[in-house]
Write a protein that binds this ligand. Structure first.
Ligand SMILES: [Zn+2]
Length: 144
């Protein structure tokens, strides 16, 4: 009997302190909108956003991405070959901004490849490590 009374007493204490806390909360003053707050919200970018020189170019900043692909490319069970020279390996694969994929053989013939898409390119390409201002520089970088 003593134990039960003790628990009930403890419960009532907790209930009273909870009610006191709620009463305190309603007595808190409402935030004063005019005190210390700027009249117009600050529209400048967050201060922790990188300055433009440190930001990596986005997909919209580049004409496209490219990777070297030395093995034959098989699309729907068929090995892709250059329609002009018949080459079927050592490709430069381009993923363009308009979501098209282009294949370029070592002779410089470029062919649109509708059987591949940006998702395929992204699955097979590594992380972007270098940006080049011209296609020739990019091809040179890839050793093509
Ligand atoms: Zn070719």
């Amino acid at each position: 009997m003593f134990r039960r009374n003790h628990i009930e007493h403890e419960y009532q204490e907790i209930q009273r302190s909870g009610q006191a806390m709620l009463a305190t909360h309603t007595e808190m003053p409402l935030p004063d909108d005019t005190a210390g707050a700027p009249a117009v919200p600050d529209s400048s970018p967050a201060p922790d956003f990188l300055p433009p020189d440190f930001r990596a170019p986005t997909r919209q900043d580049c004409a496209g991405f490219m990777m070297r692909w030395d093995q034959p490319i098989v699309v729907d069970g068929e090995v892709r070959a250059c329609p002009e020279c018949g080459a079927y390996r050592s490709w430069a694969v381009f993923s363009m901004r308009d979501d098209t994929i282009w294949l370029r053989c070592t002779a410089g013939h470029e062919t649109k490849e509708p059987g591949l898409d940006t998702a395929w390119f992204n699955r097979h390409s590594g992380p972007i490590d270098t940006f080049h201002p011209t296609l020739d520089e990019a091809l040179h970088h890839l050793g093509l």
